[in-house]
Design a protein around this ligand. Sequence first.
Ligand code: AMP
Length: 301
Amino acid sequence: MSILISGTVALDSIHTPTAAHNDLLGGSASYAGLAAALSGPVHLCSIVGKDFPAEHSELFKGKGIDTGNIEFADGRTFRWTGRYHENMNHRETLDVSIDVLEKFAPKLCPAAAAAKVVLLANMSPDNQLAVLNQLTGRPFVIADSMDLWINIAREGLLKIVQRSDLFVINEDEAKMFTETSNLVTAGWRLMDMGPKQVVVKKGEHGALLFGRGGSFFATPAFPLTGVADPTGAGDSFAGGLAGHVASLGRAPCFTDLAAGVVRGSVLASFTCEEFGVRRLAFVTAAEATARLDSFRQFTAW
Ligand code: AMP
């Protein structure tokens, strides 16, 4: 089944304690799209400026990703600069240049609008809503977000949460959104906002899945001995999960989503191994399967 992913396509500058790289391909839709493309055909919907390097478009096309719903607008591509300290779990945003993102008005071609799995990757709730309102295929909708939108666009975000089949958010943001310091309470409060399922991401500690059946499933992250750059791990997780749902060819049950959470964790682990998309973009289906198999062994008891 085809997957529609809408979010940001960005040029990222990333500083870690040991290295720094500028103008890397980044953005929520880039990571999610590359992760999902291992499982099925992807339509990417986003906006970039005329300065967007052709090699990045070629990379997407080389992975079979349809770039026809990416608008090339006058102006500069969205840029984000972030820095990690010794503890790679925490980062600070040093600079954001919104540029063309300010005028983003998502427009879907008929094939993208009819996709059966839709990932509303991290972007403004208004843009997410604009995508939702164009869908024609009664898809399974996964939505991701971030603290910025909880702070400045709460009402819009609540509409997205309510209309999601699966709402994905990280631990700190879940607690902030639901005004509790207890993770399990946060998960159930998010469920009360109306989505059918919720995933709370816990970085290197994995993720929790909440469903209407009342049960939840926990998984650790895939254990890595070294993390070069965790940027995009959350987006890769969401893309891997969306890819798994699309690969089923039917509506997912709770157990399917648990398996999707594991696949998302595996794709996120590849992203962390190198800067930007440098590892993720070259993962093969066989490598992903091998890592899923070893994940199964790590977690069996
Ligand atoms: P993650 O590490 O999964 O949280 O995602 C990092 C990516 O999010 C980077 O590639 C950034 O370009 C992108 N990003 C940063 N700020 C925003 C924003 N306000 N909206 C959408 N994407 C963003």
